[in-house]
Design a protein around this ligand. Structure first.
Ligand SMILES: [Zn+2]
Length: 79
């Protein structure tokens, strides 16, 4: 029952369906991106918008864990 309150990457994201507006809390995989998501309310198969890597980045309240860590460590490539 001890839930660590770390500031680590958030694992749960609330997906909002762009078609019916239904919201649903979903667990995100930490090491992979979920490309398809079927809305449990209207059955629409959601796909990421252009430029987004997964449905959580497009429709979730929180972007996927890989994106979170990428945002944390600002671009340090090149140089
Ligand atoms: Zn829906």
């Amino acid at each position: 029952m001890s839930q660590p309150m770390t500031a680590a990457a958030e694992r749960t994201s609330v997906i909002t369906c762009p078609h019916c507006g239904a919201t649903r809390r979903e667990q995100m995989p930490t090491d992979a991106c979920q490309f398809f998501y079927e809305c449990s309310a209207c059955g629409t198969l959601l796909r990421p918008r252009a430029g987004d890597c997964c449905v959580f980045c497009s429709y979730g309240s929180i972007p996927c864990p890989p994106k979170q860590s990428a945002r944390d460590t600002s671009s340090s490539e090149g140089e």
